[in-house]
Design a protein around this ligand. Structure first.
Ligand SMILES: NC(=O)c1ccc[n+]([C@@H]2O[C@H](COP(=O)([O-])OP(=O)(O)OC[C@H]3O[C@@H](n4cnc5c(N)ncnc54)[C@H](OP(=O)(O)O)[C@@H]3O)[C@@H](O)[C@H]2O)c1
Length: 490
């Protein structure tokens, strides 16, 4: 439905229809409120739609599980301005992204029980392998590492290191989404006589695509290890007295992930599963990680708004969260100014308001389309050209100054995800709707600039032909004048 709406023709007034996703009792708003897991993934989809298709103004409304809908729903649908709302009885709650306050707390309990047994799924690479190393270094008796493939040389070296610190390390290959694998991991810990003390679910697979291209296969591929795997681990360990049970989730489910609706929704499921377990008195924590530097899938990525987190910083955050006994939190580096600059869609989402408002009050980075329309034509073109060049440069990975005005953006590397980002940036910066299809049809920076200036009521730039065209035009003009002269002479 979301994909079809996003592809729908623009309606009256140049606006797309608004999309509401309505769940009932999907969220857990109190420590003892058990969320409905069947609806849990919708939140990741909703947050991703806010980023991929801001014009839809996707709004998530979670109704009271007891059905006390009252008279508020019609008002919500006609006048609601927030993009994430939950009603419980007559109380309206809205979701906002805020920094957790640093609270003084008693000394956190140590992460590792000396001699305890630990399971790490996805434990043969990336963040899982690093975590396992930390568990061994802190005195774990046994660490069982699970993945489908055999360990590579890097994993073998890390395992040797862990064994050298005294831990009994086992590799158990198998698909964590398949029945029996999780039980087998638990049995391996018990077989060595170790008390199972902690579980880290780090297994994952990615299959990125836009919501419009999502199908059941691509959803399933990403959901199986992450969500089905978490459920199997829950079933296999629910009767064991654990110190902690941790799912490695992602900021994709918290803030959305353009091109990652399947991943964001699978992570939203594990976030809810942790709340679901905690509400039933079971240990549970879901950590929405930002990108990790040096290890894991994101090690070669850079992001201005979410700078990568050095691994020791991630481990310190994990120890802190386990020590505090919270059931869910994000651990990420966030540069609010860069967020507003590089993900301008966030300026239109109430969820990001506390972060965006803090930036705006410090330094007004926003570009108000009404203010732009009031500018004199030359100044309007200057402002549009400068801002657009900077934005497109960020999206394509060029310095803005290096971008050609005449070359099709597709020839400069624009793909469909970049086209969506460009469309969203143009909407956020200038209030102008430009179709993704048009961007992918070979529009150049100069043509896009003309289009925006035109929409804002400015003059199209006088076209200066390129030198070769100008020479050809001059030659044609000269031939025409010569022929006219000859005719006159005859
Ligand atoms: N790296 C980051 O910056 C980052 C950021 C946010 C969240 N996270 C989360 O942190 C976790 C680890 O990320 P990563 O970057 O370290 O990932 P990674 O390097 O790709 O490791 C994923 C591991 O999961 C295993 N796996 C995949 N499917 C499996 C299955 N069905 N059964 C058992 N094992 C399976 C993989 O091995 P096989 O393919 O051999 O099975 C691999 O060992 C993930 O849950 C991810 O969502 C990471």
């Amino acid at each position: 439905v979301a994909a079809e709406l996003a592809a729908a023709p623009v309606g009256a007034g140049g606006r797309l229809p608004r999309l509401w996703l309505v769940t009932r009792g999907a969220r857990s708003l109190a420590p003892d409120e058990v969320p409905d897991l069947a609806q849990a993934g919708v939140r990741g989809l909703a947050r991703t739609l806010v980023l991929e298709h801001p014009a839809l103004r996707t709004t998530l409304i979670d109704l009271d599980p007891e059905g006390h809908d009252g008279a508020y729903l019609p008002a919500e649908l006609t006048a609601g301005q927030d993009d994430e709302v939950a009603w419980r009885g007559d109380t309206r709650r809205v979701a906002r992204l805020t920094r957790a306050a640093a609270r003084p707390h008693p000394a956190p309990r140590p992460m590792v029980r000396p001699g305890g047994g630990y399971i790490v799924t996805g434990g043969l690479s990336g963040v899982g392998l690093y975590t396992a190393g930390r568990l061994a270094a802190e005195g774990a008796g046994c660490v069982v590492l699970n993945a489908r493939s055999a360990p590579d040389p890097q994993a073998l070296a890390a395992i040797e290191h862990m064994r050298a610190s005294g831990a009994h390390v086992l590799v158990v290959r198998g698909d964590i989404a398949e029945p029996g694998t999780a039980e087998h991991l638990v049995a391996q810990v018990a077989a060595g006589g170790y008390p199972l003390s902690g579980v880290v679910h780090s297994a994952m697979t990615l299959d990125d695509c836009l919501v419009a291209d999502l199908d059941a296969d691509r959803l399933n591929r990403v959901w199986r290890p992450k969500a089905a795997g978490a459920w199997r681990l829950h079933r296999a360990t629910r009767d064991t007295a654990l110190d902690w049970w941790v799912c490695y989730s992602s900021i994709a489910s918290l803030i959305g992930g353009a091109g990652q609706a399947n991943y964001a929704s699978a992570n939203a499921f594990v976030d809810s599963l942790a709340e679901w377990r905690a509400a039933r008195g079971l240990p549970a924590l879901s950590v929405n990680w930002g990108g990790w530097a040096q290890i894991g899938r994101a090690r070669d990525l850079t992001h201005d708004a979410f700078p990568m987190m050095p691994p020791p910083e991630g481990m310190a955050a994990l120890a802190e969260l386990i020590g505090r006994g919270v059931r869910g939190a994000a651990a990420m580096r966030l540069d609010p100014e860069a967020l507003v600059r590089t993900v301008p869609e966030t300026t239109r989402s109430s969820f990001f308001r506390p972060i965006v408002d803090a930036v705006r009050s410090a330094d007004d980075l926003g570009t108000d389309p009404q203010a732009l329309r009031a500018l004199p034509p030359e100044r309007l073109r200057e402002v549009v050209a400068e801002r657009l060049r900077e934005r497109i440069g960020q999206i394509l990975g060029y310095r803005g100054a290096d971008l050609s005005r005449r070359t099709a953006l597709t020839r400069l590397g624009l793909d469909s995800l970049m086209a969506v980002k460009t469309k969203n940036a143009v909407l956020a910066d200038f209030g102008v709707v430009v179709a993704v299809a048009r961007l992918l049809q070979g529009i150049s920076l100069g043509e896009l600039e003309d289009r925006i200036v035109g929409e804002l009521g400015g003059e199209p730039e006088p076209q200066t032909p390129p030198p070769a065209v100008a020479r050809a035009q001059a030659r044609a003009q000269a031939r025409l004048s010569a022929r006219t002269q000859q005719r006159r002479n005859r």
